[in-house]
Design a protein around this ligand. Structure first.
Ligand SMILES: [Zn+2]
Length: 160
């Protein structure tokens, strides 16, 4: 798989919200990095379930992205104290809500199409993280929060 850096906020956002994205966030300052799966709950619905990769191939559910931004839910296995959760909330706030990639943040895709999960081979697709067929479809699908929406890090009351 050809993993690659997403260079523009538009590409990073389109990839992250394509439906079956696997994103790696890396700080070029600390070298720290985390990988996440961002799975759309339902086609055409602005709700995405976010899981964090642990060692190996084990994923932990951490929260969801809605039009209100990234938030934890009762099923979240981690809190906002976790650096991996903070990093993801920062990504949603900066890249998805504000449409910018901070200089020290690297956003990488996994080398497979963010929408269908097939391996990317075309150079243009490796730049955008979305295969040619899926790119035609996602271009016509709105994939950003409604204008004026700003990410808020809402913490729902815990079940305890
Ligand atoms: Zn695809």
């Amino acid at each position: 798989m050809t993993e690659a850096v997403l260079k523009t906020a538009a590409d990073a956002q389109a990839y992250a919200l394509a439906g079956r994205a696997k994103v790696t966030l890396r700080s070029s300052v600390s070298g720290q990095h985390y990988s996440y799966k961002i799975k759309q709950a339902e086609e055409g619905v602005y709700r995405y379930f976010v899981s964090l990769l642990h060692t190996g191939d084990e994923w932990t559910y951490i929260g969801q992205i809605t039009e209100n931004g990234f938030g934890l839910t009762r099923q979240s296995k981690l809190s906002f104290d976790a650096p991996s959760v903070k990093a993801f909330a920062y990504f949603v706030d900066q890249v998805i809500a504000r449409q910018r990639i901070p200089a020290h943040l690297e956003v990488r895709h996994s080398g497979s199409c963010g929408r269908c999960g097939r391996e990317l081979t075309h150079p243009e697709s490796i730049d955008s993280g979305i295969g040619p067929e899926c790119a035609r479809i996602t271009r016509t699908t709105p994939s950003r929060p409604r204008s004026g929406t700003v990410a808020r890090f809402r913490l729902e009351p815990s079940a305890s």
